[in-house]
Design a protein around this ligand. Structure first.
Ligand code: NAD
Length: 492
């Protein structure tokens, strides 16, 4: 059993109440770590430390170049420790080690990219329509930023926030998911090697009502970067609005993966599988609605079922495992509930449709790769995010119908289009209401390309050059270079 502590003002400590809770390994069912159960007193201490650090000479007086170098150094330290971080994350959320290791190695690029941007965010000198005036603008950091993360990719999604927030000169209070706090606390430990002054990075752990809500409503927090579900996002947005805090919200999805009859069907079957069964479907960008043109519907479905039925469920640390367990019991039960809902609604279960056990393992929270055909887009199984390995297959006739079904939903995070026609690829992509559209590929993201949702899938964007601006505010400075004004009542 590993006893973790929280990180406030460069110091490791227990929660103010002294309480803790256990973190469970979803493959073995074992409690493997004890995590501090924080409350509003810990949030107060962490925000206070972050606010003091924000105003400190040690942080404020760093040039943008020096700050950028520190951010890059952090990325290098994380890369050096990628294997260790990945193993800890897998113990907490049960995701495939191979995927998590790739993410942990890739994280360094966010620090390189945003560290490099730190001294390239330039203000302007607007040509002012008045004589004897010099006006210039500069981008300034916001202050204390709260970074709130979910359990499915805790470190990567934290890094999407942390790298631009720090590069912009802010300080942060991080609240990881109550299911997966350990890897974030390990990351905080590694931040010490990069040389950040105390209080620049702080981590509090615990439940949303006891830690998340006090953090979001704290007066000294100026920005909230939240990744999580729609309901949590709504509450965060409402709370932030009352204090005019800035927010970025990366929320859920029910993305349409659309296969036209002129597509390379082998590629498209791969893309459909990667869209829904990678990470056991526990990704916000899951292509959980597969739209098939009626001319290829039956053939495609048969191939998809054949390939998916041989997916290997097993130990997330094994290289040959393809489907890992579900990350926690609440999510496991939710997925099974949605499978029942789909059956009740009249969808036809053509693969899976329940829980699974793996030889030699009795505790793992496994769900079979599940495919429902004959789904109508108005069904709950088509409209609500399951966040598990459950695919809804919907039939369409032509381009117009495909676009209309794809857009007929509150979410708008991502979409996939499979076609060999360039015209169709461009036309359909432009008509889809989604923040990301992949053509003849699926599930690609990069630090260089903006990511975020339309409609109920979120607000603001992470990644790409403009992401750093989500952590900055612009100031306009006016210098009068002429003689003093004669009439103080006249407009200047
Ligand atoms: P969640 O909303 O339950 O929790 C996310 C985080 O927010 C946790 O740390 C939680 O404690 C905290 N939280 C929840 N409600 C809060 C509140 N009112 N105030 C402050 N903090 C609060 O989500 P989850 O179950 O951890 O993650 C799964 C969800 O995340 C899915 O809906 C998924 O689609 C979404 N997600 C989105 C993206 C994206 O980039 N768009 C990426 C990954 C996951």
């Amino acid at each position: 059993m590993h006893n973790y502590q929280i990180y406030i003002n460069g110091q490791w400590r227990d929660s103010a109440s002294g309480n803790s809770f256990d973190s469970l390994n979803p493959y073995t069912g074992e409690s493997w770590a004890s995590i501090p159960r924080c409350n509003a007193a810990d949030v107060e201490a962490a925000v206070d430390a972050a606010n003091t650090a924000f105003e400190s000479e040690a942080w404020r007086s760093l040039t943008a170049t020096a700050r950028g170098k520190m951010v890059k150094r952090f990325g290098q330290v994380l890369l050096d420790n990628a294997e260790k971080l990945a193993a800890i994350e897998v113990r907490d959320n049960g995701k495939l080690y191979s995927e998590v290791l790739n993410q942990c190695r890739y994280m360094t690029e966010w620090f390189e990219y945003f560290g490099g941007l730190a001294d390239k965010v330039e203000g302007t000198v607007p040509p002012i329509d008045k004589p004897k005036v010099l006006n210039y603008t500069r981008y300034e950091p916001l202050g204390v930023c709260a970074c709130i993360t979910p359990w499915n990719s805790p470190l990567l999604l934290l890094v999407w926030k942390l790298a631009p927030a720090l590069a912009a000169g802010n300080t942060v209070v991080i609240k990881p998911s109550e299911y997966t706090s350990a890897s974030t606390l390990e990351l905080a430990k590694l931040s010490e090697l990069a040389g950040f002054p105390p209080g620049v990075i702080n981590v509090v752990t615990g439940y949303s009502s006891e830690v998340g809500e006090p953090l979001v409503s704290h007066k000294k927090v100026r920005k909230i970067a939240f990744t999580g579900g729609e309901e949590g996002g709504r509450q965060v947005n409402i709370s932030a609005a009352s204090d005019f805090k800035k927010v970025t919200l990366e929320l859920g999805g029910k993305s349409a993966n659309i296969v036209f009859d002129d597509a390379d069907l082998d590629q498209a079957v791969d893309g459909a599988i990667s869209g829904i069964f990678a990470a056991s479907g526990q990704t916000c960008i899951a292509g959980s609605r597969l739209l098939l043109q009626d001319t290829i519907h039956d053939e495609f479905l048969e191939r998809l079922v054949d390939m998916s039925s041989i997916a290997k469920l097993g130990d997330p640390m094994s290289e040959d495992t393809q489907i890992a367990p579900i990350a926690n019991e609440l999510q496991y039960k939710k997925i099974l509930k949605y499978i029942d809902i789909a059956k009740t609604e009249g969808a036809k279960c053509v693969l899976g449709g329940g829980s699974a056990t793996v030889e030699g393992n009795h505790e793992g929270l496994f769900v079979l790769p599940t495919i429902f055909s004959d789904v109508d887009n108005s069904m709950r199984i088509a409209q609500e995010e399951v966040f598990g390995p459950v695919l809804s297959v919907i039939r369409f006739k032509d381009e117009d119908e495909a676009v209309s079904i794809a857009n007929d939903i509150d979410y708008g995070l991502a979409a996939g289009v499979w076609t060999k026609s360039l015209n169709r690829a461009v036309n359909v992509s432009e008509r889809l209401q989604a923040g990301t559209v992949w053509v003849n590929t699926y599930r690609s993201t990069s630090y260089t390309s903006p990511f975020g949702g339309y409609k109920s899938s979120g607000l603001g964007r992470e990644n790409g050059q403009q992401a750093i601006k989500e952590y900055l505010q612009v100031k306009s400075i006016w210098l009068h270079t002429g003689e003093s004004t004669k009439n103080p009542y006249a407009r200047r």
